[in-house]
Design a protein around this ligand. Structure first.
Ligand SMILES: [Zn+2]
Length: 435
């Protein structure tokens, strides 16, 4: 008899516990507005849903190993849904510094089990948000080419420069100790013409303060990039495949197309990455020079349809000038600078890249011989090697190209002293410039 009573009591206890567990709740936490920065006093809204109400809730900010309570609810609530509005930031938590932090919201259910929920957001503390002020000049832009903008940024920021669509160009302090900053930027050959270049100051991902540059696209003077059919012979395929894919096997045409597309892409990435090997000052003081006595066989941004036995096998855009002179002509540095690449580079064959400062670089491809080394300083007109047909080249020529912060541009403006005077020298100090 007694035994069965114990069993019944135990059963009741188990059932009660089960009821408590089943009926208990976990709060559902939500921050209805997107929060990514904390400023002086950033308004925050926290929404909590819990069928038994909320026993306790708090918000803390963690930064550099320390934790700061920024808000706490004052008394338990039985409401199923509760919304709290409060502010967090430097005003109430002066210990916060500029930089990354974590906002943590916690709430505990108002029932026996006191289940709790926690929500974390990565935030950036910005004590003084940046403001950007751009020069009031009219910027004449040409598709595929470059320009220079001056501006000033105040407040706190982690990065600044120019955005053109999805491309980014760095900002540099004005030379000669002048106030403000500048960016050399490019309007890439394939950028939609409706894109407005903007100066930006960044305070963490997705938190850019921007200001547009006043740009004018003189319609009449825009370049008309050309389209050409490029007949691919079996001999050319053999030459390219034998040189750039010597150990490969299979259909030579497929291997050629792979080299032309995938290797080209990888080589262009290698070129683009050289933007980080740049001087923080101008290394030149004269207009750029075009290889003397050379014939342009192909211009910048020429769209090439590759035709093999009457059938199109590939399409690529040629991002440079093919300059032909005599065979094995001495390849001259277009301007003073520092060699940042001297060696083989896939489709570009034996290749030299010269840095001229502020992300501006010249590229020389298909050489038969290289006579400079990475790190060498070169002078305008200095012979750096001999022309040839290494890489994706069917005849002896120099593939001459230029890039700005890794974006390949039409070099022709930089050959023009008037353009350099109007777009560069008028806006920043270019010591010793002689047009
Ligand atoms: Zn070329």
């Amino acid at each position: 008899m007694r035994k069965s009573l114990v069993v019944v009591v135990l059963l009741v206890i188990v059932v009660l516990i089960a009821i408590v567990i089943v009926r208990s709740a976990t709060p559902a936490l939500d921050l209805p507005t997107q929060i990514s920065t904390l400023g002086q006093a950033t308004p925050l809204t926290v929404h909590v849903a819990d069928k038994h109400g909320v026993h306790s809730a708090s918000a803390t900010v963690e930064q550099n190993g320390a934790s700061y309570l920024v808000w706490q609810m004052t008394q338990p609530s039985h409401a199923i849904e509760t919304t709290w509005n409060f502010t967090a930031g430097v005003k109430t938590t002066p210990q916060l510094k500029n930089g990354k932090a974590k906002l943590i919201i916690e709430a505990t259910s108002n029932d026996l089990l006191c289940r709790s929920a926690r929500l974390e957001r990565d935030v950036t503390v910005v004590i003084q948000p940046p403001t950007v002020s751009v020069d009031s000049e009219q910027h004449y832009l040409y598709i595929g080419m470059a320009d220079l903008v001056t501006f000033s940024v105040s407040g706190d920021y982690t990065a600044a420069g120019v955005h053109v669509g999805d491309e980014s160009f760095r900002a540099w302090p004005m030379p000669a100790g002048k106030a403000g900053m500048f960016s050399l930027y490019a309007f890439a050959w394939n950028m939609p013409q409706s894109t407005i270049p903007v100066v930006f100051a960044s305070i963490g991902v997705g938190n850019d303060v921007t200001s547009p540059i006043t740009v004018i696209f003189p319609k009449k003077e825009q370049p008309h990039y050309t389209v050409h059919q490029f007949d691919v012979s079996d001999a050319f395929i053999q030459k390219v495949v034998g040189e750039l894919d010597p150990n490969g096997s299979g259909d030579p045409v497929a291997r050629f197309v792979k080299i032309n597309s995938e290797m080209r892409k990888a080589n262009n990435k290698t070129l683009s990455d050289l933007r980080f090997k740049t001087a923080d000052h101008f290394l030149f003081s004269r207009p750029f020079q075009r290889q003397p006595h050379s014939q342009a066989e192909s211009n910048f941004a020429d769209l090439r349809h590759y035709i093999y036995h009457g059938k199109e096998i590939d399409q690529q855009v040629h991002l440079g000038y093919d300059l032909a002179a005599t065979q094995h002509v001495g390849v001259q540095a277009s301007n003073d600078g520092r060699v940042v690449w001297a060696g083989a580079l896939g489709i570009y064959g034996n290749c030299i890249v010269v840095d001229h400062g502020y992300g501006l670089q010249t590229i020389y491809g298909h050489l038969s011989r290289i006579d400079v080394h990475e790190g060498d300083m070169v002078k305008q007109g200095q012979v750096m090697g001999l022309s040839g047909m290494t890489g994706m080249a069917g005849g002896d020529h120099i593939h001459f190209a230029m890039q700005l912060d890794g974006v390949q541009i039409d070099p022709k403006e930089w050959w023009d002293p008037h353009w350099i005077k109007d777009h560069i020298v008028k806006r920043v100090e270019l010591p010793g410039f002689q047009p």
